[in-house]
Design a protein around this ligand. Structure first.
Ligand SMILES: [Zn+2]
Ligand SMILES: [Zn+2]
Length: 95
């Protein structure tokens, strides 16, 4: 699974897949570049993320795409059938 914007494979450390409200998913690195912070009516700082594909704005904290992380996990286990080590970072995110 690759980020369609930067062509990097999603992982649990740097290129974490994040869901936007429009349904598109990109890695955290790409979305950080699309974020702007502004003050809302009640003078609170709001982070706005603009989707690089459809330009819809999301003003909520972006959830991690666990669906994609699950696929990565399965793929990892397939290629490392003899290794049964669970990534510590992955476990932390789930918990
Ligand atoms: Zn990316
Ligand atoms: Zn979108």
């Amino acid at each position: 699974m690759k980020c369609k914007l930067c062509e990097n494979y999603y992982d649990t450390k740097k290129y974490i897949p994040k869901n936007l409200q429009c349904g598109h998913t990109f890695c955290e690195q790409c979305l950080l570049k699309k974020q702007t912070s502004l003050l809302n009516d009640s003078n609170e700082k709001e982070i706005i993320t603009t989707c690089p594909k459809c330009f819809m704005k999301t003003n909520k904290k972006l959830p991690v795409s666990y669906a994609i992380l699950d696929i990565i996990d399965i793929a990892d286990h397939d290629t490392n059938k003899n290794k049964n080590n669970c990534s510590v970072i992955y476990c932390k995110i789930i918990l």
